[in-house]
Design a protein around this ligand. Structure first.
Ligand SMILES: *Cc1c(COP(=O)(O)O)cnc(C)c1O
Length: 217
């Protein structure tokens, strides 16, 4: 438990998979954590964080940015189109590009503002009706459309079904990324980040194993 432990396990998993040290970015998922816990992880020197709600991020991160330089904030939760503009101001990276309408909104905002956060396309690898994401069968065409709009798509993201072997989903995501020439893989959470690293994760999203259990959310 804790940041150092996750960093050590990440380094060990990189080595075990024959991957370069530092090739995996640890996103500390700070959603609904008390500010004091987030402050402690910032004070340890960590700068890469993930939030799943725009509103919550807008409430807490401007304050932390006044105190700490170089914060790299990632949106990992679903995004409503009407919050896209705000998300461009708050986040350096968005992992939840999950539908054509949002891609069009991003393209328009990128033109207007002259910039765009790094993007991951979320793939619904488990084809779960209640879950966001592009279906695997539609992924190639969607990625092509996004790149055609000059969107900075860096990779793919998935959240495997809770009751299935996560590695099967990680392997599927890696395969879709590879055939589309994408290098980034946002996959792996507290319970399965080592398996994700073995299958090529470049970004792991770890919350409770760094900060402790969440009270809600
Ligand atoms: C909350 C969340 C995480 C982190 O989950 P933990 O099990 O606490 O590590 C990762 N990814 C997404 C999309 C999340 O919403």
């Amino acid at each position: 438990m804790g940041l150092q432990d996750i960093k050590d396990k990440t380094a060990a998993a990189e080595a075990a998979a024959g991957r370069a040290p530092g090739s995996v970015t640890v996103i500390a998922v700070s959603k609904v954590q008390p500010d004091a816990r987030v402050h402690a992880v910032l004070s340890e020197g960590h700068r890469t964080f993930g939030e799943n709600r725009v509103q919550e991020a807008a409430g807490k991160w401007p304050g932390f940015r006044e105190e700490f330089d170089g914060i790299d904030l990632h949106l990992i939760g679903p995004l409503q189109s009407n919050k896209a503009r705000q998300s461009f101001e708050l986040f350096q990276c968005i992992h939840s590009l999950d539908r054509p309408k949002l891609a069009k909104t991003f393209a328009r905002l990128a033109q207007e503002t002259g910039g765009c956060p790094d993007l991951f396309v979320q793939v619904n690898t488990g084809e779960e009706p209640q879950k966001a994401g592009i279906l695997p069968a539609d992924a190639d065409a969607f990625i092509k459309d996004c790149l055609g709009m000059d969107l900075p798509v860096r990779g793919l993201m998935c959240i495997p079904p809770a009751d299935e072997e996560a590695s099967l989903h990680f392997a599927l995501l890696a395969k879709i990324a590879e055939r589309n020439g994408l290098k980034g893989l946002s996959m792996g959470m507290s319970g399965d980040f080592e398996a994700a690293i073995a299958l090529g994760a470049t970004h792991i999203r770890v919350g409770s194993a760094i900060f402790g259990a969440r009270e809600t959310g």
